[in-house]
Design a protein around this ligand. Structure first.
Ligand code: NDP
Length: 444
């Protein structure tokens, strides 16, 4: 059996009931197979793949807090510190009822390669909890965040592990967590990113993942002699990534006609009104059912349906495995040209293959949404310098990073004979740097 297959088998056996983690490992190991097989004996001898698929450390803890009725609630907190070969662990904190160890491990594993692709010195980690901020009062969210940080603060720090936002963790949650960290540890340091601008946050961090997604999409189209101008785009999600993806797509001349949340989706033939969307989601924290009162010409539908709308470009920006094979078939039948992932692993393996087999350009999340973590690393740099850069400075750096990233994954795919396969390109380009650093640092 080949070394890659041996390790895949053992990852599945040793990490039972973690299907998302298996999926993420399988995708990476299948992509880097050509690199491994060139030098299989040496990789096996060093147990390189066993080391890279085992987190350096995983922390699981109890998070008790008191709700508004005076009842004690108990959630589970996680931090997986996956790989620190190229820098301190870096990756978001997800607060969602679906969170479990397997989800956090899949996200942490992906994060290693994503962070490497940014070209910045950040290792891979991820964390979160099965706490659901939806429907909770501000006081309840604060109680949870303070309890969560009371335990997490023992394991993180500006030079060791720097968490950030993710699903369910926005500016409010980061603020409460930062306050508790500072209180417990007695230091004001850049231990979290995605902070408010008044206490060390970076301009353009809020916009970064969505903007970065559009910068890489534009560069992809440019490499094919095309552009976003005049294109119809479908977006899923209505959170941080989706909102700023829609905004930048519109600035680049595209028309975005959909968005969604976990209960339904909106079709707006005139193009999504970003100001209305921001008010509904960022200010009122309400459901998308409200969108129609701002835009009477739009349609609201319960359930899923974004991928049935005819479009040139599809940008999944909600959550993992939200775009399956039937969705891919509908998009291809409607003539989609490119799919770029704003969310982490939103496309199933089968759907990804279908796109690739049908000539659709496909950029995986670890490359396409890397603008978020890249700008988090820029926030860390500003915190270390005790300086703040202007919006335009940060945005220009972000754009440069995404343009370079596209060419790096494009080149890596070409070097191994997989021209146009950006999944292989991203995994190989991300892996090469981590591999080099791991080799240099010996068996640790
Ligand atoms: P938000 O919490 O701001 O928004 C998530 C959006 O997706 C919401 O509209 C939410 O709807 C929807 N959603 C979440 N879970 C589900 C589900 N199970 N089914 C259907 N819809 C769902 O998160 P972000 O925008 O920050 O993150 C979106 C994705 O992008 C995630 O995969 C995240 O890991 C990834 N990402 C985020 C980065 C960032 O900087 N924020 C960086 C890189 C990747 P509802 O409100 O109804 O729950």
């Amino acid at each position: 059996m080949s070394y890659v297959d041996e390790v895949l088998e053992s990852v599945i056996a040793k990490n039972p009931a973690e299907p998302e983690f298996h999926q993420a490992v399988r995708e990476v190991l299948e992509s880097i197979r050509p690199v491994i097989e060139k030098n299989e004996d040496a990789f096996r001898k060093d147990a390189l793949l066993e080391r890279i698929t085992n987190p350096e450390r995983q922390i699981k803890f109890r998070v008790p807090w008191v709700d508004d009725k005076g009842n004690v609630q108990v959630n589970t907190g996680y931090r997986v510190q996956f790989n620190s070969a190229i820098g301190p662990y870096k990756g978001g904190l997800r607060l969602h009822p679906s969170v479990n160890l397997g989800i956090i491990k899949f996200l942490g594993f992906e994060q290693i390669f994503k962070n490497s692709l940014t070209g910045l010195p950040i290792g891979g980690g991820k964390g979160g909890s099965d706490f659901d901020p939806k429907g909770k009062s501000d006081r309840e969210v604060m109680a949870f965040c303070q309890s969560f940080m009371t335990e997490l603060c023992k394991y993180i720090g500006a030079d060791t592990d720097v968490p950030a936002g993710d699903i369910g963790t926005g500016a409010r949650e980061i603020g409460y967590m930062f306050g508790q960290y500072k209180r417990l540890r007695g230091v004001f340091e850049g231990v979290l990113t995605g902070k408010g601008l008044s206490y060390g946050g970076s301009l353009a961090r809020t916009e970064a993942t969505g903007y970065g997604l559009l910068y890489i999409t534009e560069e992809l189209l440019k490499s094919k002699g095309d552009s976003l101008n005049g294109k119809t785009v479908v977006v899923s999600g209505a959170g941080n990534v989706a909102i700023y993806a829609i905004q930048k797509a519109q600035q680049l001349g595209a028309k975005v006609v959909t968005c969604s949340d976990s209960t339904g989706w909106v079709y707006d033939p005139d193009g999504i009104d970003v100001a209305a969307l921001k008010e509904i989601k960022e200010v009122k924290r309400a459901r998308l059912t409200e969108y129609k009162s701002y835009r009477p010409n739009s349609e609201y539908h319960e359930g899923k349906g974004v991928w049935t709308v005819k479009a040139d470009i599809a940008l999944p920006c909600a959550t993992q495995n939200e775009l399956g094979i039937d969705d891919a078939k509908a998009l291809v039948a409607n003539g989609v040209k490119a799919v770029c992932e704003g969310a982490n692993m939103p496309t199933t393996e089968e759907a990804t293959k279908f796109f690739q087999d049908n000539g659709v350009f496909f950029i995986p999340g670890k490359a396409a949404n890397a603008g978020g973590v890249a700008t988090s690393a820029l926030e860390m740099s500003q915190n270390s310098e005790r300086l703040s850069w202007t919006f335009d400075e940060v945005d220009a750096k972000l754009k440069g990073i995404m343009v370079n990233l596209f060419h790096n994954i494009d080149d890596a795919a070409k070097r191994y004979g997989f021209e146009g396969n950006y999944v292989v390109g991203a995994n190989i380009a991300g892996f090469e740097k981590v591999l080099d650093a791991m080799n240099a640092q010996g068996i640790v």
